[in-house]
Write a protein of this length. Structure first.
Length: 323
C-alpha cells in the first residue's frame, strides 16, 4: 500500500529540485556554490526530523522526532492522555467504559483487529502497536514507521518509553514524580485504615465461557503490588516471575491463589456475571479466610486498567473501596 502523505512529500521534492535546476541554468559559478550550501542545509534539516528507535522486540526503525499523527493500537490509551497527546486513530472498543473515555476526542476507530485500510486512510506518521504478530507488523510498516510497544510493562518503564517515543520525556518524568508522591500518600492512608504490611492480595475475574482468571501482570494488580502495597501470593508471584499477564484456573484451586484480600472485577457480560455469582455462593468460596473476614471488594473491570489515567483515578478510589 502507498502512503499518500509520503507521495505528496516526494512530489514536493521533485518540484523543488526542478526549480533549483532552472535557477542554476541562469546563474554563474558563485550561485552554484550558494545552491549547494542550501541543499546541504535542507538535507541536514530533514535528517533532524527523524531518528532511529529500537523497540522491545528488536525492530529498529526511523521515527519522527516529534510525531504529529499517531495511530495507537493496544491497551492503556490513558498513558497518552497524561502526556497531553491524542492519537488520530485507535481501537475505540478498548476505550469504551474506561474512566478516561470522555477525554478521548477526535479519534477515529481502527477496529479490532486493526483495519489496515482505515489506518492507511488516516495517513499516520507513526504507528504504535501492542500486537506482536510479525505478519501484521510487516503490513503496518508499509503504511508508516511502526513500533511494537509493551503495553503490559510496569507503569514507570512504560510511560518513560512512551514519553521518549512521542517526544514528551520531561512530561513523563514529571508526571511519574508526582504520581509516586500521591501513591505513597494513598498507602499511608490505607495502612491507617487497617491494611497491614505484608498482607497478600488476589485479583479474580470471570470471562464468558465460564473462564476464571487471576490477574498477574495486568490491570489492578499493577497498583496493588507496588512498593508499600499488598503482596502477591506465591502462585501469583510465580506467574509474575514468568512475565504472565494472567493465569486461567479452575474454581477448585482458587484457594491456592486467594490472598488476605480479594478483588473481584466484574465485566459487562451477563454470562460472566452469572459465573461470578455462582462462585460467590459456593461452599469453596465461603470458606476462604478473606471472605470470612469481609475482605472482598468488587469493581468494574473497565475502571481498573493499569494505564496512567486510570492509575491516577484509582489513587482516590482505593481508600474508598478498601474500608
Amino acid at each position: 500500500m502507498t502512503n499518500k502523505k509520503s507521495t505528496r512529500q516526494y512530489t514536493a521534492l521533485i518540484c523543488l529540485f526542478s526549480l533549483m535546476g532552472a535557477l542554476l541554468l541562469g546563474c554563474g559559478a558563485s550561485d552554484k556554490q550558494t545552491a549547494s550550501s542550501n541543499t546541504t542545509a535542507s538535507t541536514t534539516s530533514e535528517a533532524a526530523t527523524t531518528r532511529a528507535y529500537t523497540d522491545y522486540k528488536g525492530h529498529t526503525v526511523n521515527i519522527p522526532t516529534t510525531p504529529g499523527r499517531i495511530a495507537y493500537f493496544g491497551e492503556n490509551y490513558g498513558d497518552l492522555l497524561v502526556l497531553g497527546v491524542q492519537a488520530v486513530g485507535t481501537s475505540t472498543s478498548m476505550i469504551e467504559g474506561k474512566i478516561y473515555e470522555k477525554k478521548v476526542q477526535n479519534v477515529s476507530d481502527l477496529g479490532f483487529p486493526i483495519d489496515l485500510e482505515k489506518t492507511l486512510a488516516l495517513q499516520p506518521d507513526l504507528i504504535i502497536t501492542a500486537d506482536t504478530d510479525e505478519k501484521q507488523y510487516a503490513a503496518l510498516t508499509k503504511i508508516a514507521p511502526t513500533i511494537m510497544f509493551d503495553t503490559f510493562a510496569p507503569l514507570n518503564d512504560r510511560l518513560l518509553h512512551l514519553g521518549d517515543i512521542v517526544n514528551k520525556k520531561k512530561a513523563a518524568g514529571d508526571w511519574l514524580a508526582q504520581y509516586k508522591i500521591k501513591e505513597a500518600e494513598m498507602w499511608t492512608k490505607l495502612h491507617a485504615q487497617g491494611v497491614k504490611s505484608g498482607e497478600t492480595a488476589s485479583v479474580f475475574t470471570y470471562y464468558p465461557g465460564d473462564r476464571l482468571f487471576v490477574m498477574a501482570r495486568t490491570g489492578l494488580s499493577q497498583i496493588l503490588y507496588e512498593e508499600n502495597g499488598l503482596k502477591p501470593t506465591p502462585l501469583i508471584q510465580k506467574a509474575l516471575d514468568e512475565d504472565k499477564g494472567f493465569v486461567q484456573l479452575s474454581q477448585e484451586v482458587i484457594g491456592q491463589y486467594a490472598g488476605d484480600r480479594i478483588f473481584i472485577l466484574s465485566t459487562p457480560s451477563s454470562e460472566a456475571q452469572q459465573s461470578t455469582e455462582q462462585l460467590m455462593k459456593s461452599k469453596l468460596w465461603l470458606q476462604l479466610p478473606a471472605v470470612k473476614q469481609g475482605h472482598v471488594y468488587m469493581q468494574d473491570i473497565g475502571k481498573t486498567e493499569s494505564d496512567a489515567s486510570t492509575r491516577e483515578w484509582l489513587l482516590e478510589e482505593m481508600p474508598k473501596l478498601i474500608k
